[in-house]
Write a protein that binds this ligand. Structure first.
Ligand SMILES: Cc1cc2nc3c(=O)[nH]c(=O)nc-3n(C[C@H](O)[C@H](O)[C@H](O)COP(=O)(O)OP(=O)(O)OC[C@H]3O[C@@H](n4cnc5c(N)ncnc54)[C@H](O)[C@@H]3O)c2cc1C
Length: 496
């Protein structure tokens, strides 16, 4: 017989969504335990790998000041833009081809600023996002992409802050506790069965919150749901998100929801390891392709690199790279844009070649048809509009004419040596398919849309928000908003 432990609320996982759920449940005074599959060293889920940019709704500097300190001098010298609720919803709708669940997206957007302030109240520290998405324009620092704030220390910092808060709140954490199934009597969920350091153990609870990620680290499920070829993607983050939570909920009749054949996937160093490396974090990514060309094995371009800011294309372009022969693409730049390349282009572990001429670069692009590559660049250079000025801080309309695919913004000829090229493949971030939840509580619904007593979910496991694409910075905020909601509801139910 497995040993038994008893709590009011059990949270499965220990990433951002789980920590938010646990902290929120604990605010009601109930006893809370977290069960994490990884060892303490490897815990923190994808949240720990995140760059840490956070997209929330704000309309003024005063809104931003609820999240971080901004001096009058800083405010006067900055153009923060806005990300009003309407703008945020608009981006979500546009990027998901108008499929995002209207109720879920509204909860996310409407709750985002309050939740950022709540995270701050729990000890999380936020800073202005100078490094990644800002530039000086007419003497002012302009933040573009509607996302001027990031968490100090990135996702790893966020997990550390929330971890400290959880310790302070007296939340018990069990590591190396892989939850295998739900304790379910056909009517309600009353706990979970876990393997605690390999030994079966039952954890009984009045409410269970599943916040244990998607199935991105499971090559078999990726092939099954995302399609053939997806087993070949690299995993950008945690190796522990193998779909356990989804499987155990579906096993008791939970309703699947959302884009089960969709995922977030980006350009990622071609020779990065199979799973994320916490010492490198998100830096295997290569997000400055908007300033260069993406070239496949045939020596051809295959997407409009400059259709929008990277925040609005990067999450789907990983999938486009995966579709190319050999599942790779080279990103090619000339020296005019070197200073605009993000920090990830300057890390030690990078697959990069350089040459003083395009002719000398071509044979160095491993796996690429060199002749076709040179032809592609000649045609591209000739197609660039010379009469439109380049401006990296706005969609500048500096485009190509008469080639397919076009490049719609930031199109400059590749003509200034030296030339640099970076080899990328597809890195999967997280999967979009999840569970259907009650919009008021975060309670999991069954296939007939009745709430399953005792079962809640949050984070990557919530289905229905993202389809085909995703605006950067939304994952952490969504995990926090829905984690906080699920935790509060789970505690209320446990007390009742
Ligand atoms: C490289 C990278 C960069 C990113 N950058 C950003 C960014 O800048 N901004 C942003 O908003 N988002 C970013 N994201 C996305 C963001 O990290 C995720 O959306 C978010 O962290 C998901 O949080 P979560 O709590 O749902 O899942 P996770 O943080 O993955 O947590 C899931 C947890 O469940 C545990 N677990 C899994 N199975 C079990 C089981 N059977 N039993 C017990 N525990 C289990 C895992 O070990 C893990 O700790 C990035 C992601 C990656 C990988």
């Amino acid at each position: 017989m497995p040993a038994v432990k008893q709590f009011d609320v059990i949270v499965v996982g220990k990433g951002n969504a789980a920590l938010c759920a646990a902290l929120s449940a604990r605010e009601s005074g109930v006893s809370v335990a977290m069960l994490e599959a990884a060892s303490e060293d490897e815990s923190g889920g994808n949240s720990r790998f995140a760059g840490g940019v956070m997209r929330f709704a704000y309309a003024s500097v005063d809104d931003l000041r609820r999240v971080t300190d901004i001096s009058d001098e800083e405010a006067a010298g900055s153009d923060f833009g806005t990300n009003t609720r309407e703008e945020y919803l608009d981006i979500l709708y546009r990027l998901t081809s108008y499929r995002t669940d209207p109720d879920l997206s509204e909860i996310l957007v409407n709750g985002s600023l309050d939740t950022m302030a709540w995270l701050r109240s729990k000890g999380a520290r936020f800073i202005l996002n100078h490094g990644r998405q800002s530039g000086m324009v007419n003497g002012k620092r302009k933040y573009f992409g509607n996302m001027p704030i990031e968490v100090n220390g990135g996702g790893a910092g966020l997990v550390q802050y929330l971890d400290a808060a959880a310790k302070k709140a007296g939340i018990e954490v069990f590591y190396e506790a892989r939850v295998a199934s739900l304790l379910y009597d056909g009517e309600r969920v009353s706990g979970v069965r876990a393997a605690l350091r390999g030994k079966p153990e039952d954890f009984r609870a009045k409410s269970v919150v599943l916040a244990c990620g998607g199935f991105e680290a499971n090559p078999e499920w990726r092939t099954r749901y995302l399609g053939p070829g997806w087993e070949l993607a690299k995993v950008r983050g945690s190796r522990f998100n193998v779909g356990d939570g989804l499987r155990m909920a579906l096993d008791i009749g939970a309703a699947p929801h959302g884009n089960w054949s969709g995922c977030h996937a980006t350009g990622w160093d071609r020779y990065a390891p199979e799973f994320g490396d916490v010492n490198v974090g998100d830096q295997f990514q290569k997000h400055s392709y908007i300033f260069g060309l993406l070239i496949n094995a045939d020596g051809r371009r295959f997407v409009d690199e400059g259709v929008d800011f990277h925040s609005f294309t990067y999450a789907k372009y990983g999938g486009e790279v995966l579709k190319q022969p050999g599942q790779f693409a080279w990103q090619v730049f000339d020296s005019k844009v070197t200073k605009l390349l993000r920090s990830e282009y300057r890390i030690k572990f990078v697959t990069k070649v350089s040459a003083p001429t395009l002719e000398a670069l071509a044979p160095q692009l491993e796996g690429v048809n060199a002749g076709e590559f040179l032809k592609t660049v000649r045609e591209y250079n000739a197609a660039v509009r010379k009469d439109v000025p380049f401006d990296h801080t706005v969609k500048d309309g500096k485009c190509t004419v008469g080639i397919e695919p076009p490049k719609s913004n930031w199109a400059q000829p590749l003509d200034t040596p030296p030339f640099d090229a970076y080899a990328t493949t597809c890195g999967i971030t997280f999967t979009f398919g999840g569970l259907r939840i009650d919009k008021e509580t975060g309670q999991v619904l069954d296939v007939h849309f009745h709430p399953i007593p005792g079962l809640y979910t949050a984070g990557e496991m919530v289905g229905g928000l993202f389809y085909f694409n995703y605006p950067s910075g939304t994952g952490l905020v969504s995990g926090a908003v829905f984690g906080r909601m699920a935790g509060a509801s789970a505690a209320t139910a446990a007390k009742g």
